[in-house]
Design a protein around this ligand. Structure first.
Ligand code: C2E
Ligand code: MG
Ligand code: MG
Length: 608
């Protein structure tokens, strides 16, 4: 847009317009831009994946905010000039990054269309300062509409080939919905902070993020949650399995590369511990990376000769090697295939000096570090027969991490079956006391909001005596199913249900205070409406059972009902899991006295 048109469109008071044009242009001419760096943190380990470069104009000026600068640049047609200045400033410090860390650089989608961007200016600049393109991730925002996807794809492909990675920024806030993800196939997806805000209380947001995490892990994309501000948001994101996060709680944007405090690191560790104990029965938390024997073993580029690779494999007694360009896997070579191709009358002569890309499997199964092993097993078995025993390639943040053999995957599957049988209640298949104790210990060891509930059946002994153990077992199994299904509906992603034994169950969940009572009411209502099926016509008609008590005296008993007692708030005030259990047991006695289905809850957080 030239100046005359800009003037006509915006028509500001002439004096003001000229002053701020001047100021903006002065900023450009003097290069008066600085960069803040905000860490992006691996939410499983607390390590720093990289830093996002956030640009700032002069302090105390109206252009301090990057958005104000960007708006002005659009207005004046100086987007490319501003972007170059942003980038130059951001990259000035790239050499202070560790070799496995990324610098995330925001790119205005309008700039991608420009010829200057296409010609790869960043690369020349990187050569100049001695940086590496494999350390750079371009963030493309979803906030503005992308119109020409084909052009976009071409430009990005060009960048990818050079070793740069791509992130889609602000996902969930923009115009294009899921289109940019499917079209661009990014290495990272950054979820906008609007979706992260209060995620601990919003089950719809939780379900959405969970779906993102599941899709991303099987398509080798890393999910980054933006704008994490509270401990509860952090905990929920970790329970949902989100890979990485960024936000003021973890660290503010800083002038230098600054990691996270030990307190935050400890929180990440604690929440992962909770997540592991809550989910260890869920195979979703058994990651393929645990099966990699030799992380970061040697790889070869696709132009390496077949002979070099064969010699190397023979010398090192290897069955397979991974082929990577720019540290990203592009193929796999299995020794038996290589031997078969290079043997025979002409095999050696034809292939020994040819590049390995001629004979490698160009479409190996590549999965992210955090893909659940059972998901990998399914994907692996879905391959064609010729490749079914090829190793699986594991990446971490899109870079080669290691290889896993199918033998390891089969062995894990057998072990899992055996171990989970030991820790499950044999009747209901729910986690038993070993795991329940670990979950309770986690709750009292971490300062976070949660609710723990006991559910038990009133008059269950009488039911067993009158109807027999087999029918008693059926009632317990049905109650387990009811609790699981109701808890799964009220707390779709984060409920834990354990079976203490007999007719006693335990639920752990976190959400709003009212949601706890809502869950209890739903379980009671459901049990009430399904109860009739367990009793004879006569018992149902009289709403009671006549039976001998434990002293042989004939008495009248009510039909079975449920007692639910719950404690919520900051459970760390109990200090030990025993004290928490004692408090629950006392509460349970009070509810039981009511003699009919009832629930009682107490908030253990001291009023401030
Ligand atoms: P963005 O890329 O989504 O960057 C994240 C923004 O969220 C940053 O604002 C950051 O300071 C802020 N933020 C980080 N953690 C939290 C949190 O916990 N709570 C809240 N409320 N905010 C948080 P900032 O630095 O003002 O940047 C705003 C936007 O300006 C960026 O959004 C990005 O789209 C754009 N931008 C910044 N630097 C550049 C640049 O060098 N080039 C381009 N093209 N755009 C840039
Ligand atoms: Mg960004
Ligand atoms: Mg963003």
């Amino acid at each position: 847009m030239d100046m005359a048109t800009a003037d006509m469109v915006t028509s500001p008071p002439i004096g003001d317009y000229e002053t701020d044009v001047l100021t903006f242009q002065q900023i450009l001419e003097q290069g008066n831009i600085s960069t803040r760096y905000q860490p992006i943190v691996n939410l499983k380990t607390g390590d720093i994946i990289g830093y996002e470069a956030l640009s700032r104009g002069p302090m105390d000026s109206e252009y301090y905010s990057p958005l104000a600068l960007i708006d002005k640049a659009h207005e004046l047609g100086l987007v490319w000039e501003l972007e170059m200045l942003f980038r130059q400033r951001a990259l000035e410090h790239i050499n202070a990054l560790q070799s496995d860390q990324y610098m995330f650089i925001n790119v205005d989608p309008d700039v991608i269309k420009t010829n200057e961007f296409k010609s790869g200016l960043t690369r020349e600049y990187l050569d100049f300062i001695g940086g590496k393109e494999t350390n750079i991730v371009f963030e493309i925002t979803e906030r503005t509409a992308i119109t020409d996807y084909e052009m976009f794809q071409r430009v990005l492909e060009n960048y990818r080939k050079q070793g740069y990675q791509i992130a889609i920024d602000d996902v969930g806030a923009g115009y294009s919905g899921l289109r940019s993800i499917t079209e661009i196939r990014p290495n990272f997806i950054k979820i906008d902070m609007d979706l992260i805000r209060n995620i601990d209380k919003d089950f719809f947001k939780q379900a959405l993020i969970k779906a993102f995490v599941e899709t991303a892990t099987t398509t080798n994309i890393t999910i980054i949650a933006e704008g994490i501000e509270t401990k509860e948001e952090l905990k929920t994101l970790i329970l949902l399995g989100v890979h990485a996060g960024q936000g003021f709680l973890l660290q503010q944007p800083q002038l230098l590369f600054t990691g996270i405090s030990n307190v935050i690191k400890q929180k990440i560790y604690d929440y992962n511990h909770i997540s592991f104990n809550l989910n260890q029965f869920s195979q979703a938390y058994h990651y393929i990376s645990n099966l990699v024997n030799a992380p970061k073993e040697t790889t070869f580029e696709s132009m390496t000769s077949c002979e070099t690779i064969r010699n190397y494999m023979e010398k090192e007694c290897l069955r397979r090697v991974c082929i990577c360009d720019h540290e990203q896997p592009v193929g796999i070579v299995m020794k038996h295939n290589l031997d078969a191709t290079m043997s025979g009358k002409y095999g050696y002569a034809v292939f020994s000096n040819r590049p390995i890309e001629r004979i490698m499997n160009r479409k190996p199964l590549v999965v992210d570090y955090y893909t659940p092993i059972n998901v990998v097993a399914k994907l692996a078995m879905g391959r064609c027969d010729d490749e079914i025993f090829d190793d699986v390639v594991v990446t971490q943040s899109s870079q080669f991490f290691g290889l896993v053999s199918m033998k390891n995957i089969f062995e894990y599957t057998l072990m899992y079956e055996k171990n989970s049988a030991k820790e499950q209640n044999p009747l209901t298949g729910l986690p038993g006391n070993t795991i329940i104790n670990r979950v309770l210990t986690d709750l009292v060891n971490s300062e976070s909001q949660a609710c723990v509930m006991y559910v038990d059946i009133n008059e269950f002994k009488v039911y067993n005596d009158v109807y027999g153990f087999e029918k008693g077992d059926v009632m317990i199994k049905s109650l387990a199913e009811m609790i699981k299904s109701e808890a799964g509906q009220v707390f779709p992603q984060t409920a834990f249900v354990g079976h203490i034994g007999g007719d006693d169950f335990l639920i752990v969940c976190s959400g709003s205070d009212v949601s706890y009572e809502m869950l209890a009411n739903r379980i009671i209502k459901r049990f009430g409406s399904e109860r009739a099926a367990f009793f004879s016509k006569e018992h149902n008609a009289h709403h009671q059972i006549v039976s001998e008590d434990r002293y042989g005296i004939t008495r009248t008993f009510s039909l079975t009902s449920l007692s639910i007692s719950g404690i919520f708030g900051d459970l760390s005030s109990y200090k030990t899991s025993e004290r928490l259990s004692e408090a629950l047991a006392k509460l349970k006695k009070i509810v039981k006295k009511k003699g009919e289905s009832a629930s009682i809850f107490i908030n253990c957080t001291p009023a401030s």
